[in-house]
Design a protein around this ligand. Structure first.
Ligand SMILES: Cc1cc2nc3c(=O)[nH]c(=O)nc-3n(C[C@H](O)[C@H](O)[C@H](O)COP(=O)(O)OP(=O)(O)OC[C@H]3O[C@@H](n4cnc5c(N)ncnc54)[C@H](O)[C@@H]3O)c2cc1C
Length: 393
């Protein structure tokens, strides 16, 4: 076997899996490729599910109608159940491989209780949920994270009575911390959405929610949006190293030779941030497969991007670059009352993350400062009249 004729199996028919197959063929890989996807549908985009699709602007987010041109064996509606030595076992067959790409994404976390919980991960979830967004329906969304905020935006616009229950003291607390998240709290009321923070949900019951501490919240529909977990249960018996997902190195290689992972299910080693990072970002699923395909066919390229994510909520465009977990200082650009502002996180003298609200230029300039790792001047960064790029010390 040479690397150009290797048998490559890709498990997971989402964006990262599809992009891996596309990039392998774009690189001229001639060996057999099999793509195994548990969903019956061809790969599709998820970001519009909570935005344009939920608002009724689109019904279909398919990534490509024609998979045939990739010259790959496409196995849809088939679930990988086990990884053995050089073989993937599914609920239907076995596939030998020389190299394996794991791209099984993530699945929503459910809460306890017998009541019906809806989730928003697949297009089928989204289409079914959209049917329930009728004027006057009482919708309770558990979790004021990215998905909860976007769904609340759409549901309120469609005339539902929307309550968002959040265990933390502010929206987006898990993603950007309470201080930054608190700046978004007023947007809910502006849109006619009731936001209850500091309210943990104990269980989902018939007709509503039991709150920790004894309260009750009635609901026609409950949507649980408290986050996702990497969908890696099928790898349990393989002995593959896990660390909040499949642990991969800076070349996206797992602990098992010839086995790689990418997208929402993979936690990669980032030299830039000095830690393993698992992103749940469309941009990573789009771009990392370029490098993965090269490495699957013999290259040894290093993966160390500045992660990027966006969200559209309450009529605003939010964009986030970097990783702020090592930050020791937060600097604002612009006041909370204005329509546009940015939060800049510093670790020592380096910028490590930026969140912008309606400031795409700050986002681009911030990304370059993070990439270059230059020392910056905090006073200049905090002055919105100074372009962010001129914040260099
Ligand atoms: C509603 C919604 C809105 C979003 N909005 C944004 C946004 O605005 N901005 C942004 O940056 N990101 C957004 N995201 C996140 C982004 O969509 C994900 O990061 C991206 O889809 C990850 O791609 P993936 O291919 O790694 O995983 P997935 O898209 O989860 O695909 C994995 C696929 O693998 C399949 N699979 C799982 N287990 C198995 C198995 N054992 N065998 C075979 N197949 C399996 C799954 O069924 C799934 O089809 C959003 C996500 C959702 C759900």
């Amino acid at each position: 076997m040479t690397s150009s004729t290797a048998r490559i199996v890709v498990v997971g028919g989402g964006l990262a899996g599809l992009r891996t197959v596309e990039e392998l063929r774009a690189l001229g890989h001639q060996g057999p490729i099999t793509l195994i996807g548990a969903e019956h549908r061809p790969p599709y985009d998820r970001p519009p599910l909570s935005k344009q699709l939920m608002m009724g602007a689109v019904d279909d987010t398919s990534l490509r109608a024609e998979l045939d041109s990739l010259g790959a064996e496409i196995r849809l509606g088939e679930r990988a159940e086990r990884l053995g030595d050089g073989v993937v076992r599914t609920d239907r067959a076995e596939y030998q491989f020389d190299r394996l790409a794991i791209a099984t994404g993530a699945r929503p976390i459910a809460l306890p209780g017998p009541g019906r919980q809806r989730f928003l991960r697949t297009i089928d979830d989204a289409l079914a949920l959209r049917e329930t967004l009728l004027p006057g329906a009482r919708l309770v969304i558990i979790g004021a994270g990215w998905i909860g905020a976007e769904l609340a935006t759409a549901a309120a616009a469609r005339g539902c009575g929307v309550t968002v229950v959040e265990a933390a003291s502010a929206p987006l607390a898990g993603a950007v911390g309470t201080e930054v998240g608190a700046r978004t709290a007023g947007w809910y009321a502006e849109a006619g959405v009731e936001l209850l923070t500091g309210q943990a949900v104990e269980s989902v019951q018939y007709g509503g929610l039991a709150l920790a501490g004894g309260g009750w919240l009635a609901a026609d529909e409950v949507i649980t949006a408290v986050g996702v977990r990497p969908d890696v249960g099928w790898l349990e018996s393989s002995g593959i190293k896990m660390e909040n997902g499949v642990a991969v190195d800076d070349q996206l290689r797992s602990s098992i030779p010839g086995v790689y992972a990418v997208g929402d299910c993979a936690a990669f080693w980032s030299a830039r941030f000095g830690r393993r990072i698992r992103t749940e970002h469309w941009d990573s699923a789009l771009r990392a497969p370029v490098l993965l395909a090269a490495n699957l066919t013999g290259a040894q390229q290093r993966y160390d991007p500045v992660p990027y994510f966006w969200s559209e909520q309450f009529g605003r465009m939010l964009q986030h670059v970097g990783d702020h977990r090592a930050a020791d200082r937060l600097i604002w650009r612009g006041g909370a009352d204005g329509p546009h502002w940015a939060a800049c996180w510093l670790a020592g003298e380096r910028l490590v993350a930026v969140l912008t609200v309606g400031l795409p230029r700050d986002l681009q300039q911030g990304r370059r400062l993070i990439e270059s790792g230059v020392a910056i001047d905090a006073d200049r960064v905090g002055d919105p009249a100074v372009p962010l790029r001129d914040g260099v010390r």
